[in-house]
Ligand binder design. Structure first.
Ligand SMILES: *Cc1c(COP(=O)(O)O)cnc(C)c1O
Length: 396
């Protein structure tokens, strides 16, 4: 195999599509990029035009040519029937829920889900008379035993973006087949370049576009894509709520898409290199589904074509000041929320506080790592020194 073939990790045509898709230079005097249309009002010349329902752009809330271009790209990559843009990943999640749930319904959510997803379910959905139950991320076909006649949606995040369990999506969709239950997947980690949940039986895909699509920590956006069965309801709900991503953020997300394949390839290689290096230090648990040591590696290898920029490590138990001794002096890694940008991040977090269905075994202190584009030797030195300070502070 040539080096070029080895790096051809995407479905044929994907890189070309990311480069040329969703834009039409002929429609804007030859300029390569679709410009930002900042606007609310659209002017109609005649009453006939005002009455013509076929006119695409009628008011700013209905989007602009940039909106159409970005939605079309994500629709194509996910293999969806259509996509809508929202102001954040969290609003994409709430929109997906409100697209398929009504009073009296029940939703099942993976216990490994992103914490604000839980918060929406436990507050707003609860107030609306919608019941939430959390399931073991490794439940597989056992999901069938958890459903009732009121179950209308199952929400998954694979892998969970803190604890990195992979859910057996084909087993779950098979177990629910023929039922009127929407399977929703948060695909922010793998992106459609590495994981295509709709092809494995899911119905609705959400993204925190803030992460990989924008890719530069400078804008926030969400996307929701649906198959034919849910698209009309999704579009109606989106429109009725008046959700709209800002034109400038839509521009930044579109620009991010152009380099998504290059960035994912590089993030994947760097994260794997760093994760393997930490594992070889010994005494540290590394939660990265592409590593053979990961308990769900067989599911990952079966369903995913690549891995992302984010993984977690679990350091031996120690008081919180050991974490401070580790992270406070770090110079290359920043400490902060979010991920998917060019800069590496480290974030201490405690899943024990969050879980309700399956307790998280307190094996030690979990830190989530986002691997950006700094020199890998600098990253290893910064992290290695930090781990040494942690162990020293803990007297290990
Ligand atoms: C960050 C994140 C979200 C929420 O996205 P925002 O754009 O920050 O609102 C949703 N899901 C996952 C997995 C995330 O990491």
């Amino acid at each position: 195999m040539s080096d070029l073939e080895k790096t051809a990790i995407f479905q044929s045509g994907t890189e070309t599509f990311l480069t040329h898709g969703g834009r039409d230079p002929n429609a804007q005097h030859g300029f390569v990029n679709t410009p930002v249309y900042r606007g609310s009002t659209v002017i109609f010349d005649t009453l006939a035009e005002l009455d013509d329902a076929r006119i695409r752009y009628r008011y700013g809330r209905q989007g602009t040519p940039l909106t159409d271009g970005l939605e079309a790209m994500i629709t194509e990559l996910e293999g969806a029937a259509g996509t809508v843009l929202t102001p954040s990943g969290v609003s994409a999640i709430s929109l997906a829920f409100l697209t398929c749930l009504s009073v009296g319904d029940e939703v099942l959510i993976t216990d490994s889900v992103y914490e604000p997803t839980r918060r929406f379910a436990d507050s707003v959905l609860k107030r609306m008379g919608i019941t939430t139950r959390y399931f073991d991320p490794r439940i597989g076909s056992g999901i069938a035993d958890m459903t009732t006649e009121n179950t209308r949606a199952v929400f998954m995040e694979s892998p969970g973006s803190l604890t990195f369990e992979i859910q057996d999506l084909p087993a779950i969709t098979e177990a629910l087949s023929g039922r009127d239950i929407a399977v929703i997947v948060d695909n922010s980690w793998a992106t459609p370049l590495f994981y295509k949940p709709l092809s494995l039986g899911a119905d609705i895909i959400i993204h925190s576009a803030t992460k990989m699509f924008v890719g530069h920590s400078d804008a926030m956006m969400g996307t929701v894509s649906a198959n034919d069965a849910y698209l009309d309801r999704l579009v109606q709900t989106h429109r009725t709520f008046g959700l709209i991503a800002s034109p400038d953020d839509t521009y930044l997300a579109t620009r991010g898409m152009r380099t998504l394949a290059v960035r994912m390839k590089e993030h994947q290689a760097r994260a794997l290199e760093l994760a393997g290096w930490i594992e070889r230090l010994g005494g540290i648990e590394v939660l990265h589904p592409a590593l053979p040591s990961h308990p769900d590696n067989h599911l990952f290898a079966r369903d995913f074509s690549g891995s992302g920029c984010l993984f977690s490590i679990v350091l031996p138990p120690a008081p919180r000041q050991a974490i401070a001794a580790m992270v406070d002096p770090m110079t290359v890694f920043g400490m902060g929320y979010s991920w998917g940008g060019f800069e590496s991040l480290i974030l201490p977090s405690d899943p024990r506080r969050i879980r309700t269905a399956v307790p998280w075994e307190a094996r030690g202190n979990l830190l989530r790592i986002h691997v950006g584009f700094e020199d890998l030797n600098d990253l290893k030195a910064d992290l290695g020194d930090g781990i040494a300070r942690y162990l020293k502070s803990a007297g290990i």
